[in-house]
Design a protein around this ligand. Structure first.
Ligand code: C5P
Length: 225
């Protein structure tokens, strides 16, 4: 039996690392919901959409086509915005700086959530984000809420970004994570919070291997239930 697994939590807790590994080992589909909000944000920036204006937002969303396309070489699903591969672009600071603002807009969330729910029609899915266990799949069989020490999270994200851009500073990364977490947890529409029936996973002290073993056990239990 295949189930729906949701992973929510603050920025840079390692949600995508866990989700990707689980999907690989269980032969599930991994969907990075954050990539969708990032792609929408990229489009708004590129097209100079004034996202304070709801009419502009609505019109812009009508022109956005999002798609995950499997890349044979990397073995990963990559984000396509209007048939263009934006996987690299959406990870840049320019997008990270604005994404939480854009993701707080009601119309943007309705647009993204509708597509995420459609993907969930096929069982055997791991989706990570901020509202997956609370809003997108409230009936998911296994819900995980990830947390980690803020200092550990800043360090992890900094390492990841520094590999691609040597100009990035620790300070900049810290400010961005704090700002996103604040906006994500305090917005009006589906704020980041733990679902009542989610299991908390604090991985500050866990290795990636330990974490995976632990969660695989949870999956086994959830499948048997
Ligand atoms: O997961 P990631 O850090 O790539 O997500 C980028 C941003 O997208 C988050 O900071 C949050 O503002 C938004 N997001 C969201 N709901 C989700 C996934 C991401 O609001 N389900």
């Amino acid at each position: 039996k295949k189930i729906i697994i949701t992973i929510d939590g603050y920025s840079s807790c390692g949600k995508s690392t866990l989700a990707r590994q689980l999907a690989e080992q269980l032969d599930y589909l991994y969907i990075d919901s954050g990539a969708m909000y990032r792609a929408i944000t990229l489009y708004f920036i590129q097209q100079r959409v004034d996202w304070a204006d709801h009419v502009q937002v609505k019109n812009a969303l009508e022109n956005i086509h999002l798609q995950f396309v499997y890349n044979q070489i990397s073995g990963r699903n990559e984000m396509y915005l209007n048939e263009e591969n934006v996987e690299q672009l959406i990870r840049e600071m320019l997008v990270a700086e604005k994404v939480s603002e854009v993701a707080a807009i009601r119309e943007v969330r309705e647009f993204a959530v509708a597509q995420q729910q459609k993907m969930g029609l096929q069982k055997g899915i791991v989706m990570d984000g901020r509202d997956i266990g609370t809003v997108v799949f409230p009936h998911a069989e296994l819900k995980i809420f990830m947390t980690a020490d803020p200092a550990v999270r800043v360090e992890r994200r900094f390492k990841e970004l520094y590999e691609k851009n040597k100009n990035i500073t620790l300070h900049e990364v810290k400010e961005n994570l704090e700002l996103r977490d604040y906006i994500d947890a305090n917005r009006e529409v589906s704020p980041l919070r733990k679902a009542d029936d989610a299991i908390i996973l604090d991985n500050s002290q866990l290795s990636i291997e330990e974490q995976l073993e632990l969660v695989k056990q949870w999956v086994e239990d959830a499948v048997l239930e």
